[in-house]
Design a protein around this ligand. Structure first.
Ligand code: IPE
Ligand code: IPE
Ligand code: MG
Length: 253
């Protein structure tokens, strides 16, 4: 059994859900079937996060680069996403889950985009937890879009270049108002970021597991959280400084 400290839960967990294709290939079945089983892992991680009281969960579901996959796979992934939104709405309402999305939603097929927009609208007042779907998402595109929005504000005279701080950049990203991830999980062993949350993960703890996404369920998720709780987050300080700060914090609590 994995022991977790409820007082040291991450506020925001982000997941690169990778390995559906390899999972299917190992079984001699179609990649799409792997994606379908991966949907059950999404459910498991959402439910566990909700139960543990993790306020924000981000799921990298489809990257800007994934548009370059064979059309059949892209279509299959789009209809899976569409169906997921339709079938999960009831549960999102029951469990008070608010859905948000980041990415170039304009590139999505209209039916999927509409389903996403209406789920976001229907769940907007839910207060139990926030799930952020990264679809048609690329970190570089997001930063470039923020740069364009900021440039327009400078152009209009609303902002001076000296006023462009990190906080201002963060306010122009798709994740504006959402705390940076504390923990980033990537399944299937790849030690790379694949254009996910480039700006947001500056100080995120990274956990990579060889488990393929369709096999990543509650037990694996709890292991990732236990790993997170063992990390000492220093944010550039020395271990002694961090320990002193923690003692002070304990003293005031
Ligand atoms: C992750 O699984 C799902 C998406 C990227 C949409 P993959 O489809 O990348 O699976 P592998 O990496 O080929 O095994
Ligand atoms: C990253 O997985 C994107 C998602 C999980 C949605 P990929 O399978 O697309 O990443 P690469 O190509 O291996 O870097
Ligand atoms: Mg992959």
């Amino acid at each position: 059994m994995v022991e977790l400290d409820p007082s040291r839960m991450p506020r925001h967990v982000a997941v690169i859900m990778d390995g559906n294709g390899r999972w299917a290939q190992q079984r001699g079945i179609s990649r799409l079937h792997g994606h379908r089983v991966g949907k059950d892992s999404v459910r498991a991680v959402v439910e566990t996060s909700r139960r543990l009281g993790i306020p924000y969960l981000s799921l990298y579901a489809f990257s800007s680069e994934n548009w370059g996959r064979p059309p059949r796979e892209v279509d299959g992934l789009m209809s899976l996403l569409h169906r997921y939104l339709e079938t999960e709405l009831g549960k999102m309402m029951r469990h008070q889950i608010r859905l948000l999305a980041v990415g170039s939603l304009r590139r999505l097929p209209p039916a999927v985009r509409d389903a996403l927009r209406s789920t976001i609208e229907a769940t907007r007042h839910n207060t139990g937890m926030t799930v952020i779907l990264a679809v048609s998402y690329g970190g570089r595109e997001e930063i470039a879009r923020a740069a364009r929005a900021i440039a327009r504000r400078v152009d209009r005279g609303e902002l001076r270049p000296e006023q462009i701080t990190s906080a201002v950049v963060a306010q122009h990203l798709g994740t504006a108002g959402i705390p940076d991830p504390d923990l980033l999980i990537r399944t299937s062993g790849e030690m790379r970021i694949s254009n996910f949350f480039l700006w947001q993960i500056a100080y995120t703890e990274i956990y990579v597991t060889d488990t393929l996404w369709p096999d990543f369920r509650e037990r694996e998720f709890l292991q990732a959280l236990a790993f997170y709780q063992q990390r000492q987050r220093r944010f550039g300080k020395t271990p002694a400084q961090v320990e002193r700060d923690q003692q002070r914090l304990r003293a005031v609590n």
